[in-house]
Design a protein around this ligand. Structure first.
Ligand code: DC
Length: 227
């Protein structure tokens, strides 16, 4: 008997603002595959911990929160991201704030939290395939993925993209402060000892500075068709 073929995975790792979120949503839709937004799990852990009054240095309690996350991802209307439901409350907007992202980045340095989320992430790998968005998808969570992409863009371009997104959403922000935050988060994500943000050895690095989303999508689809 031959072993069952593993469910294919495309991993897309990279820093915040590199366009991973949009590209992975489009990829999953185009291929008809499942989508894992692993950053949402770190954001949800941070939000749930904050609501329970757990200190961000209480590693054991944070890991317990991560292990017991009561979360559902409900498909959104066509063209819109999934609704994220935590303990029966729609927290889709609450997990997207800058503060929640910053808190997520802080708890993501904790190995116990990363371990607690590992199996939950692997459980997303279901037929016909998975597109996985994160920081360590290709290096730690799905090291056997046949297609691995590391998507990057200059910090300035990422700050500009985030600025436009927030402006459009009616949020008043300062671009210099955004750029500082992006650099601080990059620094924390890249220099942590536990699963630091870096391309897997077999990842294709795509610099999206100056590229449209469609161009990035086309490059990844080309990699997928050669896999
Ligand atoms: O992709 P994002 O901005 O939603 O992620 C929020 C934070 O979570 C990010 O600063 C680092 C952390 N993260 C991580 O450490 N590993 C992942 N696979 C995904 C996110």
């Amino acid at each position: 008997m031959t072993a069952a073929k593993p469910v294919p995975v495309i991993t897309v790792d990279g820093p915040s603002g590199s366009g991973k979120g949009t590209v992975t949503q489009l990829l999953a839709r185009q291929l008809g595959w499942h989508l894992l937004d692993s950053g949402a799990l770190y954001r949800l852990t941070a939000l749930a911990a904050e609501r329970k009054g757990i200190a961000f240095d209480d590693e054991g309690a944070l890991a317990t929160v991560a292990r017991n996350l009561d979360v559902r991802f409900e498909p959104g209307p066509a063209g819109e991201p999934a609704r994220v439901v935590l303990e029966n409350e729609d927290v889709s907007a609450a997990i997207r704030t800058e503060t929640c992202g910053d808190n997520a980045s802080r708890i993501a340095v904790i190995q116990l939290v990363r371990d607690a989320l590992l199996q939950l992430q692997r459980d997303f790998r279901k037929a016909p395939g998975l597109v996985a968005d994160g920081r360590d998808m290709g290096t730690v969570v799905f090291p056997d993925a046949p297609v691995k992409v590391f998507l990057t863009a200059s910090a300035e371009e990422r700050a500009q993209r985030r600025y436009s997104q927030l402006k459009q959403a009616g949020v008043d922000v300062n671009i210099t402060a955004l750029l500082d935050e992006i650099r601080a988060r990059d620094d924390r994500d890249m220099n942590r000892t536990s699963a630091p943000l870096k391309p897997a050895e077999d990842a294709q690095v795509i610099d999206s500075t100056g590229l449209s989303i469609e161009e990035v999508l086309g490059r990844i689809m080309a990699l997928q068709s050669q896999a």
